[in-house]
Design a protein around this ligand. Structure first.
Ligand code: AMP
Length: 192
């Protein structure tokens, strides 16, 4: 779609791999399934949005996750005469999410992602694309995934109502459906 894709989780993981100060700040929060402090996340997003051309669409992925982040985002966007136009909520049961996340394996070399239940690599533990050794994200261990779901319910879910009240179009997507259907529903949700 040619949009700028800002995934705060991806940016944080890249910072950790590069060993930067941001990565060091985020590490303990991420590994225990807690949220990284709002001020750290808002600085990161502000930085990433600075260079985006005014005509380009922006997809914010995994952000905002708290009311404070949503309020911070309002002022960041206001400064560049933009606003949140669509909010897509991916919905799936907790059991399904635990299965998906705890089964996820990724390749630190090339970034390819597999899943032991749904899309396993041809040789267990080995990347099909570059033969790198597949790893499980520390925060994808089943117990940490459950903690992430509790944090989601407490801190992120209330944002759905927050955005409804603010007048943004909130579009639920059934994320329990097969990949191609979720993809189609997402494209429809963000259509202009
Ligand atoms: P994700 O890849 O989006 O699931 O993010 C992985 C982890 O990074 C989360 O569990 C948090 O510890 C941290 N993180 C990512 N995005 C945010 C955010 N918007 N606010 C706070 N923490 C975040």
């Amino acid at each position: 779609m040619g949009w700028e894709h800002v995934s705060t989780g991806d940016v944080l993981r890249a910072a950790r791999r590069a060993g930067t100060e941001l990565g060091r700040k985020a590490q303990a929060f991420m590994d225990s399934g807690e949220l990284v402090p709002d001020s750290v996340i808002l600085d990161l997003v502000r930085d990433h949005l600075k260079g985006v051309p005014p005509e380009a669409g922006i997809l914010l992925d995994g952000f905002p996750r708290t009311t404070a982040q949503a309020e911070g985002l309002e002022s960041v966007l206001e400064a560049v005469s933009r606003r949140v136009d669509r909010v897509v909520v991916f919905q799936a049961s907790d059991d399904e999410l635990v299965k998906r996340l705890a089964g996820r394996r990724s390749c630190p070399e090339c970034g390819a992602v597999f899943n032991v239940h749904f899309t396993p690599s041809s040789v267990e533990g080995k990347c099909d694309r570059c033969e790198g050794k597949l790893v499980q994200r520390a925060d994808d261990e089943a117990e940490t995934v459950r903690r992430r779901l509790v944090v989601y319910g407490e801190q992120t879910e209330p944002l759905i109502e927050w955005y409804r009240r603010s007048g943004a179009r909130v579009v639920p997507v059934d994320a329990g459906a097969p990949v191609d259907e979720v993809h189609k529903a997402f494209r429809k949700a963000v259509e202009r």
